[in-house]
Structure formats: structure tokens, C-alpha cells
Design a protein around this ligand. Structure first.
Ligand code: V1S
Ligand code: CA
Ligand code: ZN
Length: 393
């Protein structure tokens, strides 16, 4: 097998910080920061670091985070301590302000450092894009799309994506945000509800009563009033359990293709949440590493500056597979890497099967039933196509 080499005339930068990976949300919590260590270890085992510019992400500063977040919230986040909260004191306890300290967004040792390192990586990536020093910048430690201006939500405390897009907007007239995490990208959508310089599109499992966060219906497209330039600039693709690679890629290519044609973004920010893969602890889809990666490939082919963020992903071995394959797509060496995991990869036993592309049967035994009839997918494409007529060409 030949060595992985740098793509000619093309720069990929990789932004991470091992200090972020050592934090713990708690034993039973699904978010495991060590999945980043596992991913990086597989990426390095394939020799991909030689084909990228590798940076240790710095911590974002208070001022950088305050570009989006309220100072009240940041001050609180910077000072709260991880103390166990007796249930009957929940309402009076100040630790539950800003939705902090519950089971989804627990307080843990080093929380502020964890958040500022995640945002620091995303911001470093955005700056590399702004200064045209990278064609694709990767921040797998980012992608925390639920955080609001003054509220934590769904394992997310600081919205590194919003902070990074605000940086992109200093240089780029129009940014397209795409979100393939199985959850709705509500925090990013809301942050840009009132601007026509950012278009957001999220693909997600939608069930208002039984699936977090319950928002992102097909016809939720941003506040529609005459004064709001951001009206129609939020695209939502609500899906049901069991969607397959073939259906997902058809939807993704058609919808993203039409958006790019109409909105003409000058940069793309892609959140690659890996909880949309089959076998995810929280997810419900039947996507394989190939189908998830095909979204990255499609975006790369748009030939626009691109940031890849991480996001959800709760079965670490599959997260590592997907983000490794997607790093290889960014570099352009996906044909060159072996589908067999490298013999010398540390934590090789974590992967169960020694392939980068396990079959649905290997992942699940029995694939999840597909509840996405073709007709519904056509209706979604039609709705989005009609919505795009309201977007200024
Ligand atoms: N689905 C789900 C889920 N599981 C948990 C959870 C489980 C065990 C724990 F110890 C702690 C939490 N919480 C949820 C969801 C939040 C999902 C967030 C996804 C984040 C992302 O991938 O999009 C981006 C990183 N929360 C809920 O469903 C809320 C509850 C309504 C039910 C679960 N309980 C624990 C809290 C309230
Ligand atoms: Ca999504
Ligand atoms: Zn998710």
C-alpha cells in the first residue's frame, strides 16, 4: 500500500486538543469525549496526519464566546462547580439556571475548559478558511448545535458552530450551514433566524413528542414577517426511523444541490454528527459509513471553502469509522486507504469488526424497519423546492 500524501494544490487542516478528550460527563451519560481520541487514533493509524496541517486547538477567549453567548451565561458557566443537587432543591438551586446541572447538561470538572477548547478548535478552523490557508478545515471536537445564547441544551453548552459562522461572516457574504446529525440543529437555526446571509438546513429524525428536541418540522422555515430578511432561510428535513443510505443521499444531493444553486453560498459549514449512523446508541437511522461520507463528498464537490464539524455520535467505534472515512474524503485519499483497519491501530479491539465499512447485519443483526415511504420523501423535496422560490437568487 502506498503512503498517504498531501493533495496537490489543496490544503486540509485538522484542529483538535487532547485536553478536551479527557473530560467526563458521568458514567451513564451517552456523550463520551474519548470517542475523539479513538477517532484521531484511527485517522493517524492510516497515516493521514502526513496529508494535513495539524494544529493543537487553543481555548476560545471569553470575548470570542461573547460574540454569541450572553455574558450572564458565560460568567455563570465559568464559575459553577460540579456539586450533586438534591432533587427537592432543584427549583431553588442556582445551578439549574441556564438549564445547567440536569442530566442532559451536567456540571463536571473542567466544564468551562472543555467548552472553550471545543469552540477554540471551531474558531481556528474558521480563521484558516477566512484567510484562505485551508480549503477544508476539520474540527471534530465541535458541532455542538443545540446550545443557545443563554442556555445549555442537549449535551451542548457553547455553540461553537455559531461562533465559527460569525467569524466566517466577517469575510464571506453568504454561508450555508448543513447538519446531518440525527437531531435537529435548533441552536444554529435560531441564532440565524433573522439574517439572509446564513441559510441553515438540518436533516433529522422528527417526532415532536418522542424525540429530542422535538422541533424542525418541514414547514418551520424561520419567522415569516415582511421585516425579516431571514424568513425562508431555514430548511428542515424531518425523517422517520430506518432511513437508508440510498434514500438519504438522494434527498441530500437533491436538496443541497438546489440550495447551492439558489442561495449561492461562498462557504459551507457541515455538521457531521455521527449519531445518524446505524447502531448508534441514541439514533434511529440505518445509515452506513459510506452513506454518511457521501454527504461530505457531495459538499466537497461544490468546490467551496468547507468546515467539517463533529457533533453527536454515541457508539464510539462507529463515530471513529465515520470521521476517519470523512477525513480521507477531505484529503481525497478515500480510494487509497484500505477498508481493513490498520493492523497496528491502538484500541483495535474496540472496533469488533476489522473493517472500516461494517455491513448493516454486522452492526445491528436485524436492520431497523424503514418508516420513510418514497412518496413522503418526494413531498419533502417538493416543499423545499417551493420554499426556495422565496429565497433571493
Ligand atoms: N435521546 C436521548 C437522550 N438520552 C439522554 C441521556 C441519557 C442518559 C443520561 F445519563 C443523560 C442523558 N438525553 C437525551 C436527550 C438529549 C439528546 C441530545 C443530543 C445531542 C446531539 O447529538 O444532537 C449533539 C451533541 N434528552 C432528552 O430526550 C430529554 C429528556 C427529555 C429525556 C432524557 N432525560 C435524561 C432528560 C430529559
Ligand atoms: Ca440534523
Ligand atoms: Zn445528535
Amino acid at each position: 500500500e502506498s503512503a498517504i500524501t498531501r493533495p496537490k494544490g489543496y490544503t486540509v487542516s485538522f484542529h483538535c486538543n487532547p485536553d478536551m478528550e479527557k473530560h467526563h460527563f458521568g458514567m451513564t451519560h451517552p456523550m463520551k469525549p474519548w470517542r475523539l481520541t479513538l477517532s484521531k487514533s484511527l485517522i493517524y493509524s492510516y497515516g493521514m496526519s502526513f496529508a494535513m496541517d495539524n494544529y493543537i486547538a487553543r481555548a476560545a477567549t471569553y470575548e470570542e464566546l461573547a460574540d454569541f453567548h450572553s455574558t450572564d451565561y458565560l460568567d455563570f458557566l465559568g464559575t459553577v462547580l460540579p456539586e450533586p443537587v438534591p432533587r427537592d432543591l432543584e427549583n431553588q438551586n442556582p445551578d439549574l439556571r441556564f438549564n445547567l446541572g440536569g442530566s442532559d447538561c451536567p456540571l463536571f470538572e473542567g466544564l468551562y475548559d472543555y467548552c472553550s477548547l471545543s469552540a477554540g478548535g471551531a474558531l481556528d478552523a474558521a480563521r484558516k478558511i477566512c484567510y484562505k490557508q485551508s480549503d477544508i478545515a476539520i474540527a471534530w471536537g465541535g458541532g455542538l448545535h443545540h446550545a443557545k445564547k443563554a442556555e445549555a441544551s442537549g449535551f451542548c453548552y457553547i455553540n461553537d458552530i455559531v461562533v465559527a459562522i460569525l467569524q466566517l461572516l466577517r469575510f464571506h457574504p453568504r454561508v450555508l450551514y448543513i447538519d446531518i446529525d440525527v437531531h435537529h440543529g435548533d441552536g444554529v437555526e435560531e441564532a440565524f433566524f433573522s439574517t439572509d446571509r446564513v441559510m441553515t438546513v438540518s436533516f433529522h429524525k422528527y417526532d415532536p413528542n418522542n424525540f429530542f428536541p422535538g422541533t424542525g418540522a418541514l414547514d418551520d422555515n424561520g419567522p415569516k414577517n415582511e421585516q425579516n430578511p431571514g424568513a425562508h432561510h431555514a430548511v428542515n428535513v424531518p425523517l422517520n426511523d430506518g432511513i437508508t443510505d440510498e434514500q438519504y443521499d438522494m434527498l441530500f444531493n437533491t436538496i443541497v444541490g438546489r440550495i447551492v444553486e439558489r442561495f449561492r453560498p461562498t462557504a459551507i459549514a457541515l455538521q457531521c454528527g455521527a449519531d445518524s449512523l446505524a447502531g448508534d446508541r441514541l439514533g434511529r437511522f440505518n445509515l452506513q459509513v459510506q452513506g454518511h461520507g457521501a454527504c461530505v463528498e457531495f459538499c466537497k464537490k461544490m468546490n467551496l471553502p468547507l468546515i467539517l464539524f463533529g457533533g453527536g455520535g454515541y457508539t464510539p467505534r462507529n463515530v471513529a469509522r465515520a470521521w476517519t472515512y470523512e477525513t480521507s474524503i477531505a484529503i481525497g485519499c478515500q480510494e487509497k486507504i484500505s477498508p481493513m483497519l490498520p493492523q497496528h491501530a491502538p484500541w483495535r479491539q474496540q472496533f469488533r469488526q476489522d473493517t472500516l465499512f461494517p455491513t448493516l447485519e454486522q452492526i445491528l443483526g436485524e436492520p431497523r424497519q424503514n418508516r420513510n415511504p418514497q412518496k413522503r420523501l418526494q413531498d419533502i423535496v417538493q416543499h423545499v423546492t417551493e420554499q426556495l422560490r422565496f429565497v433571493q437568487a
